[in-house]
Design a protein around this ligand. Sequence first.
Ligand SMILES: CC(=O)N[C@H]1[C@@H](OP(=O)(O)OP(=O)(O)OC[C@H]2O[C@@H](n3ccc(=O)[nH]c3=O)[C@H](O)[C@@H]2O)O[C@H](CO)[C@@H](O)[C@@H]1O[C@H](C)C(=O)N[C@@H](C)C(=O)N[C@H](CCC(=O)O)C(=O)O
Ligand SMILES: Nc1ncnc2c1ncn2[C@@H]1O[C@H](COP(=O)(O)OP(=O)(O)OP(=O)(O)O)[C@@H](O)[C@H]1O
Length: 491
Amino acid sequence: MKLSALFDNAPDIEIENLMVDSRDVLPNSIFFCIKGMIHDGHRYVNAAVKNGAVCVVHSEDIKRNNANVVYIKVRDVTAALNQVAACFYGYPSKKMVVYGVTGTNGKSSIACMIRNLLNPVYACGYIGTISIEYGDTKLPPLLTTPDIVPMQQILHDMAQAGMKACALEISSIGLEQHRTDSVDVDIAIFTNLTHDHLDYHGTMENYFEAKKRLFDQLKPDGTAITNKDDPHGMAMVADCPARVVTYGVLEKADYEAKDIQLNADKTIFTLVHDGSEYPVQTNLVAMFNLYNLLAVIAALHEGGLPMEQILEQLNTIPQIEGRMERIEEGQPFNIIVDFAHTPDGLEQIFKFASAITPKEKRIISVFGSAGKRDTKKRPVFGQLADKYCDLIILTEDDPRDEDPIQIAEEIAAGIQKTNRIIIESRYDAIRQAVEVANVGDTILILGKGDETFIYREFGREPWMSDPAAVRDALRKYYFETEEEDEDETVE
Ligand SMILES: CC(=O)N[C@H]1[C@@H](OP(=O)(O)OP(=O)(O)OC[C@H]2O[C@@H](n3ccc(=O)[nH]c3=O)[C@H](O)[C@@H]2O)O[C@H](CO)[C@@H](O)[C@@H]1O[C@H](C)C(=O)N[C@@H](C)C(=O)N[C@H](CCC(=O)O)C(=O)O
Ligand SMILES: Nc1ncnc2c1ncn2[C@@H]1O[C@H](COP(=O)(O)OP(=O)(O)OP(=O)(O)O)[C@@H](O)[C@H]1O
């Protein structure tokens, strides 16, 4: 693409790449000087030119010392990058119906469900924490919400591959860093707002405002779907220029659930919408998933999918990897692997475990808390586990360069009455839970879902994943010892 097509009054030189990091080698590129939290891109112009930049977009005064380079001064480099990236990749989001999901918990669950339910009738991709998927392509995730250039590039690839829609997770950090400013969102969904990412945003007010940007910026012919039962649900859409649609359980809402029956293996309820009542049965479990499902039904229906077509799929919704994943290997106790890593997420899963575990049986939880991330939530995790669990096994969870034992001690500071042990190795902690569980107990393995890495001081270290670890431990330390016990009895 010619530079002149991207900037007014620019020369006709050919542009092949967009560069935001001077360390990337990208021939015939435009380098954008982004001011970050640590570095200022303006300091890396020479390195960028060495690595292929033929144009530099900047907001501060810099030395224009290379006659072969075009220098373009703008007021806001990030805004320019957003406009240029969308144009460079052919405005891909305008070619698809984009469902943008934001909120503290439930983004991946809702975005994956939208993709899974829509895809059979209307080709839909997914971008989020779990992966990037479209058609038969499945790529590892970048960030939850990719940076500006990869975002536009992925959307372009999706549109090229024939996707007509995309379910996109939009994190508060992504919003704060303007990663979706040039994404044409058609339907924006809000799940809930509870304690998370306060290390980044500082206060709940800032965190709220970051999320609210998605709704403030929504186009007038877009749709905002909000959780009426969440204390922030209506405030989130207060200044939204788009049509607002609500879902909920506690109050009248556009998509409302009543007569709810929560079971260990299914949920039954009546959906009330637009004066009609629909009986619904789904294989999804737990109250928070009912909320997620209401958001999904609202989004798909508002997006044009007939209600009957949505409802007929709800009894066999595909399991979302690492989210409320029940491990069934024939053991006589429940094992659930879940990605819960916020206080609200933890409390929801503890409540569900309390509902499915008989009073005289135990809830055994295995979890930690990530290093270098929101340290204030650690004792809160401890308090919550103390309230609901009978045995707490604290272990590592992405320690980065912190000491996992120290993190565990900080969680333990919130535990007053419940037995707790600290086992640093995640595998050994899972093994311990499996070895001590009795018939009818419930084991919860929380925080990492299906992730196949653990972040350490040097970066990602491969990890077999919690579901694989628990299956391995069951085989080696539960079923084999059971067989040995039987052999001894025979003798
Ligand atoms: C903490 C954080 O959000 N960091 C993001 C931020 O980086 P930063 O401000 O530190 O950037 P910086 O290092 O100061 O660099 C500033 C600029 O100088 C450039 N640079 C820097 C050095 C150099 O030699 N040359 C050069 O050109 C950099 O490429 C950059 O453009 O801006 C970068 C884009 O310019 C992001 O990629 C980066 O995300 C990092 C990778 C990250 O880990 N982010 C996480 C926290 C995140 O975004 N998480 C959310 C939420 C997930 C959830 O909900 O759980 C997500 O959406 O994934
Ligand atoms: N609507 C909800 N309300 C509260 N907790 C939820 C909700 N949906 C899911 N959870 C809990 O939060 C965990 C993470 O869910 P999910 O991955 O969908 O959230 P997320 O917002 O995408 O988080 P992340 O971006 O960090 O992946 C789940 O495993 C579950 O324990």
